[in-house]
Design a protein around this ligand. Structure first.
Ligand SMILES: [Fe+2]
Ligand SMILES: [Fe+2]
Length: 171
């Protein structure tokens, strides 16, 4: 079992991960509408990953005998100005998610809930990767002088991303 507090924090995070999927899908749609199909692919895969992050939380709550709740997912702000705007919003969003994961981990440590700490460790590492990816997009486009040629080059590179399901170490 896990505490009621931990159960509700995990359910809240499941919703937040679904919100991330929704947000990245909105970004994928924006890129598709601009014919930047490589970035559309990249963000569509990103949305799939976020759905994995959410369902892994659902699976964990069920394994420890807690309830999985399906909370309301808010609509993302889907007004984007440019690729750089999207990359910056991606980094900003991932920094918020990192803070949420840190709050969850902090609560699990306070409660001496060792299995939830172990479960959350995967998310701690994942957030390093997510912030690194978003920073990489921003930096690369900055190096290219935020130029159209740079965007097209990066779009071609983003087209090669393939979806690999998230694998969590079994506990
Ligand atoms: Fe996530
Ligand atoms: Fe990831």
């Amino acid at each position: 079992m896990i505490s009621k507090k931990m159960e509700s924090m995990l359910n809240e995070q499941m919703k937040n991960e679904f919100f991330s999927a929704y947000f990245y899908l909105a970004m994928a749609a924006w890129f598709s509408s601009k014919n930047l199909n490589g970035f559309a692919n990249w963000y569509r895969i990103q949305a799939q990953e976020e759905r994995d992050h959410a369902t892994m939380i659902m699976d964990y709550t069920l394994r420890v005998g807690a309830n999985a709740e399906f909370l309301t997912i808010e609509a993302p702000d889907a007004n984007f100005a440019s690729p750089m705007d999207i990359f910056e919003k991606t980094l900003e969003h991932e920094q918020k998610v990192t803070a949420m994961i840190n709050d969850l981990m902090g609560a699990a440590i306070d409660e001496r809930d060792f299995k939830t700490q172990q479960f959350l460790q995967w998310y701690v590492s994942e957030q390093v990767e997510e912030e690194e990816n978003a920073t990489g997009l921003i930096e690369k486009l900055r190096i290219a002088g935020n130029s159209e040629a740079g965007i097209l080059y990066m779009d071609a590179e983003a087209a090669t991303r393939v979806y690999t399901p998230a694998v969590q170490a079994t506990t």
